[in-house]
Structure formats: C-alpha cells, structure tokens
Ligand binder design. Structure first.
Ligand code: ANZ
Ligand code: ZN
Length: 767
C-alpha cells in the first residue's frame, strides 16, 4: 500500500468504484423522503471552466450530504446543447455543429467525471437529441392550439447587403459585422410564447411560493414583470372619428396635460402627419429614430427628441386642443405606445416642452381623475406589465425546428404528432453568408400539407435555446419516457427541486421561463405543480486579478491543470474554502497549496498514526467530536462550506480526533480521500452507505465545573461540581469543606457571595 497521499491513483480508483456500484443511481421509492438537487446544466462550449467547477462542487456537497442523511437523492446532469457557437464553429472550422457539440460533450463529461461529482449519469441527455426536442415540439403544438404560441410581426435587425436577419450581437455600432452595411429595422413574422397571460400568477407566486429564493432574484423578477396600476384614457383626434389611447400611472395629472407623444411605430402616426401636412418631416424623424441602436433606446442614454405631426387631439374633459408629436422616448411595446404629456409633473415631458416651446400647466390638486374619466366614459382603470411575450424564433440552424407548415390553402398548420420529431437535417450548407441554412434546404422546406395534400412549406426558424432549458429540469425525472414529455408519476415524486444552484445571470431569463413552462404544462394537464424550484442558490463568480475569469481576458486557470497537479479533492475544497458560495471568489495559488497540505495532513494522521487521542481526556475528546459534528452539519445546511471546513481544520488541530467521524465529515468535500481513508480504517463497505453522524447536545458542554472557595477573600479551597448544580447546594458544599470549616470556626457568617460558576466567598465577622 502506498504510504504517501497520491490523489491521482486514489481518485481514479474511487470514481471507478462509484460508477461500477451505481451508487448514485436514483430510484423512486415512496417510502423514502426525496431530495432533488440540481445545478444549471452547462453549454458544451469545449471545456469545463472554473465557474462550472464551483457551481457543481457546491451542488455535489449538498447532494452527498443529503444522501448520507438518509434522503433519496436525485442529482442529474446533462447538456444545453443547441446554440450559436456550434454554428460559428461550423463556418470557421468546417466541422458540423452536431459533431462539434457531441465531441465537446464527450470531453466535458470526462472532465466532470474527474471531479468526482455524484451524478446519476444514466439520466444524462443533450437537449439537441431528437428524443428530447421531439417533446418540445409536441409542447409547442399544444401551446399553438391553445393560443399560447402565436405569430406576429416584430422589428428585426436586417442587413440589406447580406439579405439577412442579424442577432443583436452581430450589429456593431449600427452596422453589419460582416459587410458594414448600416443595419435596418425590418418587420418580420416571428413566433411568440404568450408568457404575458401568466404575468399576474408569476408575480403573485414570487411572494407566495418562492420564499426559498434569494431576495435579490425575487426583486429582479418583480421588476422584470413590472406591474403598474393606472388608467387608460382616450383622447379624440380633432376632426376625425378615431382616438388616441394612452396608459398613465398618474390619471390625477390629467388637467396638466398640454400635448401628446406617440411612438414612431404608432399605427396612427403617419395618418396624423399626412393630415397635418407634415408627412415628410415626420417620416424623416421616424427613419432616424428607428436606426438608433436598440440598446441606446433601452438604456435611455440619448437626447429626447420629437417631431410635430401638424395634427391635434382634444383634452377629454376640457376639450382643449393638444398638439400631437412623434417622440423617440415613447416605446411602442409598452402600454399603448402613446403618452399624455404632463410637463409640470414629469421631468422627461418638461425637458421636451422646453425644447419645443410647449405650454406647461399645473395639475388640479385633490382631483379624483379616475372618477371623472369613468363618468365621462373616456377611460378606465387598467393594469400594465413590463413583461413582454417571449419571441422564440431564431433564424438559425442549430436549434429545435419549429414544428409548423405553411399551406396556401390551409394556412398555418402544425405538424401532426405522429410526424414528430421534425428532425434537423444534417446535410445543409454552412456558408456563413447569413440567413438560416434551413431556408436554403429545399428538401427540408418543401412538404405536403398534412390536411389537404397540396404543396406546403416548412417553417425554417428554430427555437430559442432557452426553450430547451425551460423544462429539462422536469425531464430529468423520467428522461427516457416515451409516452409524453414527462411521466407524471415521476414528476409527482421528485418535483419540486429542493435545491437549484446556478449563476445570477439567469435571474430573469431562464428562471422566469422555467416557471412559465411549469405553469403551462400544469394547465395542459401534464403535471400537478405550480412552481419548479423550491430553494435557489446563486453562486458568485470565480475571479483572477479582480475580474471574472474569461478567455478573452486571458485570466483563466484550467481545472484540468489543477486536477493533474493536486487532484480533484484539493480543487474542490479550495473552491469551497475560498469564499461563501454567493460571493465572488478570488483565485489564489497559495491557498490551493494550503488546501493540498491540509489533505496531506489528514492522510498522515489516518494512515501513519491511526490514533492520536490517547493523551486527551475522554470527555474532552467527546466534546470535540460532538462540537465538530454539530458545526459541520449546521454549516452545510446554511451553505457555509468555508466555515464547515474551518471546523474540520480546528478539529484536526485539536489532537483529539475521532478518525472515523472526521473522515465521514470530510467526505462531502473531499470524497475520494475520504473513501480511501475509510477503507484503510478497515471498513469493507463504501463510506457513502454510512449514515451522517448525529451529535449529542449534552456532550457539547463540560459536565463539571471547578468552584473556588474563599474565606474573607482568601483562597481556602476548591471543589468539582456538576455544571448544573444550584447555588444553594454549592454554598452548602463550600461550608462543608474541612479546610473552610477550620477557617470559619465559630465566627459569625455575615454573608456569602456567589460568582456564578466561579467562586464562593464566605464573609465572616472577626471575633
Ligand atoms: C402621465 C404622467 C404624469 C406620467 C406624470 C408619469 C408622471 P410605469 O410606472 O413605468 O408604468 N408611459 C406610458 N407608456 C409609455 C411608453 N410606451 N413609453 C414611454 N413612456 C410611457 O410608467 C408609466 C408612465 O410612463 C405613464 O404615466 C406615462 O407617463 C409613461 F407626472 O402619464 B405618465
Ligand atoms: Zn393545406
């Protein structure tokens, strides 16, 4: 047997053992309490990075700990495998996206296995597997039938030069990344999920059902959903029968309205401009505004400008004429795309009024405008949400095809269920010339209409990759199920997720989408579940030199390098010890060394000395043991892995270590070393089958105390007493001490002073 700590040998040995014994395979067992521990699945970009190592190590400690506490743990892993990088690699390196993706998955799976994570690998899947996205297409069709998936025009970045749609990240300073043609906004038909139907419930459940989520994420979601209560009010247009409807949160300012602002995309805008004889000016302004970079518009970092339409609308109460403007700060996709401007009470309107010399008028105080509006029949109370419907169309190849056909006779026709999955064709040209390769593949596009048999055309857009990650967490419950998206029995047993762990960057995207999908699947009768995630932990970043590790900054440490040098156990405990999970973590080579030395000391203690508690009093050793069990257990429960490890280090230094307890407590953090030492301590069965130790509260405190006895302030004796002895008994015993008796003699006792748990002073009068 080797006598020094050799992580490479040990780690391979135990990884193989765990795999052979299928120790992490999860099985439903109605007699056992379940625990579903999930970390966000990785995108197979090529190699594992430290962010993954951190995320997955945290999850692994929790999973192993809960397993040893006797819970039936589900701890799965898979791959978020569709996405743009695969397609870019195809163009750049002439490798097929599928090949690129599956090769990366193989590499990264091997890397994850080297970390010793306790995954049930039998549940693994990649979201680009047709058996997976087939069910996503199935859900899409169900949603289409319910009106929850629909098609609508949306402005997209369009390059006239390349004749293609561009993603936001392909627009550089307003120009196409490829040919530098200025990018236009062009309306195109896109698919949407009607998440806004669920806005109210998504908001309500944040307070009702997400108590186990970080406050920060809850707040971000509330703001993202953005509920505003107010009123919608109609302003008649002068000389025409139509009206402009506004949404306002301040109906009480109605009397302060002096003009009207419309979004550039507002359907009435050009009509009004034509009527007012200012078509040319307004058109020019609109074109200029729509070219403005999307991001700038969203951040509001631009000069507020407008253009007069030449037309007027009428104040609904006073009948005053109000000039109508096109304005660059009014967004078409919020409220009604029209704002009643109140320069006296709104900063933005004020600046605008100053710039264009428009009147500024105070509102009437104490006015119940809602009443007036409702009485006059010009408006009513309304609620607005910031949340937008989810545009899921992507003009991309490497994604799940949207299962829709277009037929001249029948219109939009869903692909019949029996024809699912609509598989991505493999043999398509990757030219990099823009547009989806699917739209150039006639074999894929041309189909027969399933309802009339005539010529039809396939939808060539694919789904946003966030669609796959919206329900993978449910699919893990029954990953091989063939009769539907999920086996309801399995979902009923495993869901909700007891602990979900991932990056804060998903606070409002993924973490709202998966809530939405759960509710949709519930309403389609597939599952009985309102919320998928009970408790959420968002881990901080791994930094080097003060900024997050990233390839572009060149400040990355490769996990494999650390494993090759020190082993996975050192990597794991370094990452847990360096910072609490929510905080950013600064990489530190010396601290890694320190962790390696700690594991070496553990090794020597167990293998070389095998005992050390000989000199320590038994009671003291018991106290250390119980104290450490309590500390490590409670700290893991609070995700304070760093202080749990400190507890283990202090225990090691105490010289009173119970080796078996120590090894068990170390095992969630450094599982390979712990298994090896457990075996060397003479055990035949895996450490994983050991129950997590319990502590005895009574053993945490010393059982006796030493009380000093004084007579007139001078030390005259000492006594050992149980810690729970009461004051009367202590005083009585003090007086009974032989030595004390001799000093007190027959003098009169004036009083006895008791200092709790320390001393008794007997004051006597000199005779
Ligand atoms: C009159 C008014 C007076 C307003 C006042 C505010 C203050 P939240 O709270 O975010 O919902 N607004 C409405 N639709 C808009 C759009 N599409 N683009 C830009 N601004 C829009 O904001 C609602 C307020 O934002 C509305 O109330 C409206 O201006 C403006 F002293 O109406 B307010
Ligand atoms: Zn047809």
């Amino acid at each position: 047997m080797q006598s020094h700590y050799d992580p490479q040998t040990i780690e391979l040995k135990w990884q193989k053992f765990w795999e052979d014994q299928k120790l992490f395979a999860a099985k439903e067992d109605s007699k056992k309490e379940k625990y579903y521990c999930l970390e966000m699945l990785p995108y197979p970009s090529g190699r594992i990075h430290m962010g993954h190592v951190r995320n997955y190590t945290i999850g692994d400690v929790v999973a192993r700990f809960k397993r040893m506490q006797g819970l039936n743990v589900l701890h799965p892993m898979g791959w978020d495998a569709f996405g743009l990088p695969a397609e870019n690699a195809a163009i750049k390196n002439k490798i097929h996206p599928a090949k690129w993706t599956y090769e990366n998955i193989d590499t990264m799976r091997t890397q994850l296995k080297r970390m010793g994570f306790s995954y049930d690998w039998e549940r693994e899947f990649a979201t680009c597997d047709p058996e997976y996205y087939r069910w996503e297409q199935f859900l899409f069709i169900k949603m289409f039938e319910k009106g929850l998936a629909y098609r609508k025009e949306k402005l997209l970045n369009w390059c006239e030069g390349c004749q293609t749609v561009l993603a936001n990240e392909q627009v550089e300073q307003g120009k196409c990344w490829r040919c530098s043609t200025p990018v236009m906004q062009k309306p195109m038909e896109q698919w949407f999920f009607k998440i806004t139907d669920y806005a109210e419930e998504l908001l309500k459940d944040i307070d009702g059902k997400l108590q186990g989520w970080p406050e920060r994420v809850r707040t971000m979601q509330k703001e993202w959903i953005g509920k505003s209560e107010g009123a919608s009010i109609r302003f008649k247009i002068e000389n025409v029968e139509s009206a402009i409807e506004v949404f306002t949160t301040r109906p009480d300012t109605l009397y302060g309205v002096t003009f009207m602002s419309l979004a550039c995309e507002h359907p009435l805008l050009m009509k009004l401009a034509k009527m007012g004889g200012r078509e040319k000016e307004v058109r020019k302004f609109v074109e200029k505004t729509l070219k403005m970079e999307r991001m700038k518009r969203l951040t509001g970092e631009y000069e507020k400008e407008g253009e007069f339409t030449g037309s007027y609308c009428l104040h609904p109460v006073t009948g005053e004429k109000l000039p109508v403007y096109a304005a660059n700060f009014v967004l078409m996709d919020y409220g009604t795309g029209a704002v009643m401007a109140v320069p006296a009470h709104d900063e933005r309107d004020f600046a605008f009024a100053k710039k264009y010399k428009l009147p500024i008028k105070e509102m009437e105080p104490d006015l119940n405008a809602i009443d007036i509006i409702e009485k006059q029949g010009v408006g009513n109370k309304t609620i607005q949400f910031k949340l937008k419907d989810w545009c899921l169309s992507r003009q991309r190849y490497w994604g799940a095809p949207i299962p829709i056909l277009y037929c001249d006779a029948c219109g939009t026709v869903p692909v019949p269920e029996k024809d699912l999955p609509v598989k991505l064709p493999i043999d398509v040209p990757f030219t990099g010339e823009g547009g989806s390769p699917l739209s150039k593949d006639k074999n894929f596009m041309d189909v027969k209409c399933p309802s009339c048999g005539k010529k039809a055309r396939r939808e060539t857009d694919t789904m946003d990759t966030f669609v796959e990650s919206s329900w993978y967490l449910l699919r893990y419950c029954s990953p091989k199920y063939e009769k539907g998206m999920v086996d309801p029995k399995a979902v009923h047993y495993w869901m909700p997720i007891n602990q979900y762990i991932g990056g804060i960057e998903h606070a409002v995207g993924h973490l709202i989408y998966c809530r939405f999908f759960t509710k949709v699947m519930r309403d389609l009768g597939m599952i009985k579940l309102d919320e998928p995630v009970k408790n959420l932990l968002t881990q901080g970043m791994v930094c080097l030199g003060g900024s997050a590790m990233s390839k572009s900054k060149g400040n990355v440490v490769d996990p494999d390098e650390i494993i090759n040098h020190y082993g996975a156990d050192t990597a794991r405990i370094f990452i847990l010890f360096a910072a609490p999970p929510e905080k950013d973590l600064e990489w530190n080579d010396e601290a890694v060394e320190g962790m390696y030395r700690f594991l070496n000391r553990v090794w020597r203690l167990v293998v070389e000395t095998k005992q050390s508690s000989a000199e320590m009093k038994n009671e003291e050793a018991d106290r250390w043991k119980n104290k450490t069990i309590k500390r490590v257990t409670e700290d893991i429960e609070k995700f304070q892995f760093n202080t749990a490890l400190s507890g283990l280090m202090e225990y090691l230094n105490s010289g009173a270590v119970d080796l078996e307890t120590f090894v068990i407590l170390l095992s969630p953090f450094a599982p390979h070393l712990a298994e090896e030492l457990w075996e060397r301590l003479g055990h035949k069965k895996s450490l994983l089958l050991e129950p997590w130790p319990k502590w005895d509260e009574k053993m945490l405190v010393a059982s006796t105390m030493t009380i000093v006895v004084q007579v007139n302030g001078k030390l005259r004796g000492e006594m050992e007493l149980p810690v729970n002895a009461d004051e009367e008994a202590i005083k009585k015993q003090a007086l009974g001490l032989e030595k004390v008796k001799s000093y007190v003699g027959d003098r009169q006792i004036v009083k006895m002073i008791y200092v709790s748990k320390k001393l008794v002073n007997i004051v006597v009068r000199d005779s």
